[in-house]
Ligand binder design. Sequence first.
Ligand SMILES: *Cc1c(COP(=O)(O)O)cnc(C)c1O
Length: 502
Amino acid sequence: MQTVTGNRALMLEEPLLFEIGSTEQTGVDFPEFKANAGRLGDLERHRGIGLAGLSEPEAVRHYTRLSRQNYAIDLGLFPLGSCTMKHNPRLNEKVARLPGFADAHPLQPIDSVQGALELIDLVGNWLTTLTGMPAVAMSPKAGAHGELCGLLCIRAALEARGDAREVVLVPESAHGTNPATAAFAGYRVENIPANKAGRVDLEALKTRLGPDVAAVMITNPNTCGLFEPDMKAISDAVHAAGAFVYCDGANFNAIVGKVRPGDLGVDAMHINLHKTFSTPHGGGGPGAGPVVLSAALAPFAPLPFVEKQGDRFVLVEEETAEEHHAQSFGRMVAFHGQMGMFTRAASYMLSHGSDGLRQVAEDAVLNANYILRSLEDLLDAPFGPSGPCMHEALFSDRGFGEGLSTLDLAKALIDEGFHPMTMYFPLVVHGAMLVEPTETESRASLDQFIAAFRSIAERAKAGDERLKAAPVYAPRRRLDETLAARKPVLVYKDAEPAQAAE
Ligand SMILES: *Cc1c(COP(=O)(O)O)cnc(C)c1O
């Protein structure tokens, strides 16, 4: 039934700002404007800027209504695989808002931000300890940025020994950022195949290694949710060929406190603080992707970095003649990184302690296996038979009724009030469904999710055509996603165009 307003109970329709207000009206009453002689000459604007005028309550309602249309980790289970969408403890938020951290300015005198620098150093120490690596670059601002940092360190190390190499090897199952980063850093990307158990094919890798290979990028646990048991053998082979091992550490949540990547021969690994250490992510929110580095790469770390000199913390901003500052590959960011993410991560680390972090990994793996084992009688789990998974459970669309796809199942999950799982990734599995519950979900919430998932999977297998119409209860149904991606409408058509530069 269509309502007059378009609202559905308390789900409110929300028009665009331009449809609520108009460019002809303002939200505030100003006295009549007395034009003074302009002093801008030709630079003066002659037309309106095309913004709709809204009163304060109109503007507040607009954004509040939009915010209610968002699905968030604080609303329900967020099963996106490869994302570690765990609960963000409120304690983190409290700490991040302490004025000494929140109000610090990046250009403040170093003596006035000793506490902030100490906190960055503290988080860095936890990261090097947890990973068993000697050094860390704290400034990269996301996982992908950390990958770039790691590859630039590798390139600098190779250049320092006069060894120009051109190729970076990446497994088929890798996150898209891995090949993108390698290409961005100027390397040619080649794929390494996976074996039947969803792991890197060690023999194929060894065969490909040679004097043109600069690095191998490996994700461990990998994006099939599986631990790479041959990691040490891989590292040894890569090092013997004169190359470096980059590990994508986005899935560190599954092994934190259990495995130290440094012991596995990793040279560089980014850590998504916003995944493993529970800082908010998604929607373009700030992240942080510190990179831990081996002794071989540490000298090439980017500036700036925090260093303890006596009982004082300094921010090393420039290369100096001092040996360990001389070879930095340069600077990736204007300042030192995301202070708010560091404070949240520090709060998370200190409140869990080392034993608590180990339990995080254990519980995350337990929850993922609970999902895997609760669904594998119904859904094809291609790597299920090869043993337990790590932090995420992977299913394929095998056995779905004619014409039904992973997309249909995902849309039906929306009707059940869940954000869909990651779909069609990793690419090595047909119609992939990647579910990562994280450790912060209770048994009851997992059971509810499993019950919903099972009922939809049963309908998919029985060929229930009605799935193609899902979601039926959402304010918007099926969108033309291809059209939206190819021809996005980003400008309101009736808005007065901003004055073109002449
Ligand atoms: C999330 C993720 C990345 C990228 O991290 P961002 O912080 O989003 O840039 C890279 N690799 C894997 C496996 C990931 O899950």
